[in-house]
Design a protein around this ligand. Structure first.
Ligand SMILES: [Zn+2]
Length: 109
């Protein structure tokens, strides 16, 4: 029987590594701390959609930054604003012409 030449499997470049996550990482990091505006958020989602729902690197970045943000939040939250800090804030707000008649403590965040 004539032996067919074994076809060498062509080595395809790994597509994963050609996807750029540099810009995306910035967006994901900013999003984790709520720092994205609508346009940036849409850009992030569009970028992730291009990678597909099962891009492992996207998932890792999202999980990692989500975790960091959560840790930051718990580290910062239990500190109630001290009276003097609020006083300084109000003073700074007045200096910039901010209407300080509305209490800063409510609706902050
Ligand atoms: Zn990705």
């Amino acid at each position: 029987m004539p032996g067919r030449p074994a076809r060498r499997q062509s080595v395809r470049p790994a597509l994963m590594s050609t996807r750029s996550h540099e810009r995306l990482e910035e967006l994901i990091a900013a999003d984790a701390i709520g720092g994205l505006d609508d346009a940036e958020r849409r850009a992030m989602l569009a970028e992730m959609a291009e990678h597909g729902p099962d891009c492992a690197e996207c998932a890792t970045l999202t999980a990692e930054y989500g975790e960091v943000a959560a840790r930051l939040a718990t580290a910062l939250d239990p500190m109630p604003m001290s009276a003097s800090a609020e006083e300084r804030l109000l003073a700074a707000a007045r200096a910039t012409g901010f209407d300080a008649s509305t209490p800063l403590s409510s609706g902050f965040r």
